[in-house]
Design a protein around this ligand. Sequence first.
Ligand code: UDX
Length: 452
Amino acid sequence: MRVAIIGTGYVGLTTGVCLSFIGHQVSCLDTDESKIKALKDGHIPIYEPYLTDLIEEARTNLTFTSSYAEAIPGAEVVFIAVGTPPTPSGAPNLEYLSQAARSVGQHLDSPFTVVVNKSTVPIGSGNWVGSLLRDSVEQRQDKTLLEFAVASNPEFLREGSALHDSLYPDRIVIGADEQRALEVLYSLYRPILDQTFSAPTYLPRPETVVAVPLLSTDLASAELIKYAANAFLALKISFINEMGLLSERVGANISEVGRGIGLDSRIGNRFLSAGIGWGGSCFGKDTAALIATAGEYGLHLPIVEAAKKVNSRQRDRVVEKLLNELKILKGRTVGLLGLAFKPNTDDLREAPAIEIAQKLIDRGVRVKAHDPIAEERFQREYGHMNVHLCKNACEVADGCDALVLVTEWAEYRDLEWEEVAKKMRHPFLLDGRHSLDREKLTRAGIRYMGIS
Ligand code: UDX
């Protein structure tokens, strides 16, 4: 099938590459010409494991363009995957979405096109995009032969494992109020639903994946599924962090508690790792948007609101623990291991490291940091913050009164802890992710503390 994808951010690019890999003809469009030029030259604007390899394999089915006139005509499916960044009220900014819908409407030319909202959009946006498209098509001379339908197809991919999550998803959700649209999307995703494509060697098909469930539903339900899924995952993490605080007081081990409750299959063991809380582009934005949407209907969502509060308290707990240990923070040096909001990405959106660094700087602390991938981006986006970036963990440790493990990059697990200890002024490490071996560090002479 011929497919156009508007927006080459995380979601758009991953979707485009995966659909071209399974055999569709995909045109990826971005109005940022420098981004398109870079993609044409083989430079990938995001860090995502195996993305370069998959693009290479899919190359013959994949084109990049900045022109709607090139991408849209002939496309049977058009995905809109533009950014919907949060506004100060928590509601997402829909300007890019509106521009994309209007431009798509000006160039549609297939007898029937399905326009799919892939961006995370407020409930009701499907209808709104439909009306923008209709307005745009109405203004055309050649409108009589054009038919289109709007669908919602939320993504559930995690950064760092985006390709795996797209090729082997837990489920595919499609929402549309027209049966024809659901049928087109069913054909589009069939190779993934039936798992008939040959798996790339570097992304082998998990043994448990034989077929992928499809949920076909109405537009509003598909839109709400996306928000509800992210809110639920976010509150699962906040719940374990709340238990972490209590477990600290009663002398329990939160990792054991997490394991113990996660073995109940009704609860499940994922997203129960306690630590400094969630960050990233989705959980914060989507919970805020859900609260804002509910507000438009005069509703409060106390559970979602509490999940946010608990998450923000986790950042404060880092500062409290450092204060307890060091007594005075002013004039101290604290080193952060990791800047990205989680390992295997260079994404810094709502990264706990930024908030923690700022809280420490505000208290007169000198902050040093290292990240294997995200330093360049940090320099570009947060260069003004006065965080001293280092080449490796040992360099961070040099002269530090405390280290905080913020992002659980694999390479931090096996550091030469004796070396690290020797470099520190005060050998203390706060493990914000419960990812290090307490005994190893203690043997090396480092006082180890978990976040709960
Ligand atoms: C998330 C959702 O998982 C994905 O389905 C959605 O479509 C987009 O948002 P992502 O933001 O890429 O994906 O990262 P994810 O792996 O979900 O982690 C989010 C945050 O939660 C990270 O900061 C991570 O460190 C934190 N986290 C995750 C925990 O603190 N504990 C956990 O047990 C799991």
